[in-house]
Design a protein around this ligand. Sequence first.
Ligand code: IVH
Length: 684
Amino acid sequence: MNVEEAKQRITALSEEIRKHNYSYYVLSRPVVSDYDFDILLQELIRLEQQFPELIEKDSPSQQVGGEITKEFRQVIHRYPMLSLGNTYSENEIRDFETRVHRIVGEQVGYVCELKFDGVAIGITYRDGRMAYAVTRGDGIQGDDVTANIKTIKSIPLKLQGSDYPDEFEIRGEIILPHSSFEKINLQRQEDGEEPFANPRNAASGSIKMQDSAEVAKRHLDCFFYYILGENTSFNSHYEGMMKARSWGFKISEHTIRCNTIEDIFDYLKTAEKLRNDLPFDIDGVVIKVNSISQQEMLGFTAKSPRWAIAYKFKAEQATSRLLSVDFQVGRTGAVTPVANLQPVLLAGTIVKRATLHNADVVAALDVRIGDVVFVEKGGEIIPKIAGVEKDLRKPDSKPLVFAKTCPECGSTLKRNEGESAWYCPNEAGCPPQIKGKLEHFISRRAMNIDSLGEGKVELLYDKGLIHNAADLYDLTFDQLIGLEKIYPATDEKKTRTVSFREKTVNNILTGIEMSKQVPFDRVLYAVGIRFVGETVARKLALHFLSMDNLRNADLTSLTDVGEIGDKIAGSILNFFSDPKATALIDRLKLAGINFEMNPALNPRKSYKLNGLTFVITGVFEKYSRDGLKKIIEENGGKNVGSISAKTSYVLAGSDMGPEKRKKAAKLKIPIISEDDFLRMLNME
Ligand code: IVH
């Protein structure tokens, strides 16, 4: 076969395979047998091996994966990935409808959809081909997981038809069907690995795997529910969804139009019943205003669209028996009681463990070993014990005794007045606490020593080379070179060997050296004083200007700083009265860490608005326009004069002009108030 013939055959095969994929994965109506399908795919792969120059980026052969991503590229969302207002009550659905009707002032039609319980994804298509796929992340920026998404067979790499916009983003939910979930967990158990708690976790772990060939094996699926773009040609959400379906996207058959509130309530009931029969998890229903022009009239708040609301199902419960209780020590030293249960099926997954939160919860429930308990899966990932069937209790049962000593290091547990958690006080000697502190110290928003990420600090700790942050600054090349540890597989990663070769060691040492430049406010945050988070650390640093001043401060001078109350002040005093803590501080100082604030050299107050572009318009109450512009710049953001597709937010005071409002609505840019903005920066 010559190149020309091969090219033609490859195109024909690709088209045919694409059609079969669509019939099988999107429509669930296969037209050929698996065997016949495999023959076609094998032929394509063989031809592509023979003529590698003819491999198209979106060839169906590329969907088996193979690309390895070490670190996902961060991508700023073209449109922020907002969430939805939530409700559990029908009355609030009525309120939503009333509100919408009041603002729109005319007849409103709705679309009801299932609320898929998976992981959100935004995929951009250019000229009918998948360009890139980004996870939600923090809503502002997420991970580029294109290589992994390409392995999901129900997601088209190349669109059908021709009436799609040149460029648009489509959002959907990556889900793991129950059947795949069960297979994966069975395999994991056979391999001696911890099974996934639920399909959502498994889906989320899967799309962040480094090896896309592994992702392909997970059999993920995806339903789409939102199209964003400037040149879309549909007038209603429903029409958009039907178009998307014709382009090859999987749109649920349970996406329907509703014209009255009664129709909506009927749908809620149907969906709640349907839930038990669906082959995947849903956690509610989403109700959306159908007309795009009405959506534009309603617009967005800083967090969510005003034209949609999510109705969440109440948590599902099951009964089980409490077999025993373990006590787990977290990174902060807080001890969490965890119930071991007789395995029970709950919302499609087997539950064996549930959290009992803390001693107060244990006491309030008066839960005892042997009790029949109600297990519930709420919004949280970990199921909890929601109640006890006391009538079924055995007469000889005894109240549960909470741990008195730390299960990791044996120290006597402590509890501060007014707090529910018991703590292991051995901050400097309890392994999970030490590791937690070290990981916090090197984290991105603290000292940002990223060359030590991915288990490398853990290795240094396990090898006995570091016990606290100051030890990092004493590490030498000779100590590090050749270190090695094999880590067993976890939810997201295969077994891996961490070994320090010359390049790694040099990177680590450079990273540590560079951290000496980190400004004092982040150092203060990195040190990890209880209750001193980023914002408090910045306030303290700007007020006291140096570690020495802070160390010498008394209660009054601490509480004189705005928003520092007795609790934080007490924790700071406590920290500096501990000889171990002050010894650590002294060693860090000696190592050359930045212990002084130089506001002139470091005007940037945070990096929270990195990559964001603002348009300021109207009149404000708390700050002047210039004041707000300064705040934006100080926090890493950018100001621009007019609204364009690149604008992240419109910061609007009173008197925002109708033209600007229209433009923002058209480009789907959230309009936020002064208070919303200040809240973003914890400044309100
Ligand atoms: S619409 C701007 N529709 O729920 C509104 N979201 O709590 C975009 N979700 O982030 C979301 N099913 O990950 C929409 N039919 C559906 C959905 C859905 C699941 C997820 C999505 C979103 C979250 C909001």
